[in-house]
Design a protein. Structure first.
Length: 134
């Protein structure tokens, strides 16, 4: 039950559980609303500031259209790589951008998740990022 509860937090629903032997189980799962545990949710018209020192950041979008405005928290330049994923975590598009301190980018159709990182060194964005979704 603990396993199913953890899976449910990530958008999975148990369809069936079959006990095949004392130490062998078969689980059939359905993904209803995919989630990433380390992603930060942002809805259109809102802004967030992410301060965790991780070097790469995941966003979950509340809408698949609009524009993202991304900047480093310390206005330091970075070499942005923006990866757009659909709800099943298929890559829709990868954008490698030139060195800058902020990004103004259109969201690719059907995007559910976005990964933001630096192509040279994660230390360039270790201070965190600010994100506005319009």
């Amino acid at each position: 039950i603990a396993l199913l509860n953890e899976l449910q937090k990530n958008g999975f629903v148990s369809v069936s559980v079959l006990r095949e032997a004392d130490n062998k189980w078969e689980y059939k799962l359905l993904v209803r609303d995919s989630k990433l545990p380390d992603s930060r949710f942002i809805s259109k018209g809102n802004s967030i500031s992410i301060t965790e020192v991780v070097g790469e950041y995941w966003l979950e979008l509340g809408s698949s259209d609009g524009r993202l405005y991304i900047s480093t928290r310390n206005n330091r330049s970075f070499n942005p790589v923006i990866i757009f994923f659909d709800k099943d975590l298929n890559i829709l598009e990868v954008q490698n951008l030139s060195k800058r301190s902020n990004v103004n980018i259109s969201v690719v159709n059907n995007t559910k998740f976005i990964k933001i990182k630096d192509s040279i060194s994660s230390s360039n964005i270790n201070s965190g990022i600010n994100v506005r979704f319009k």
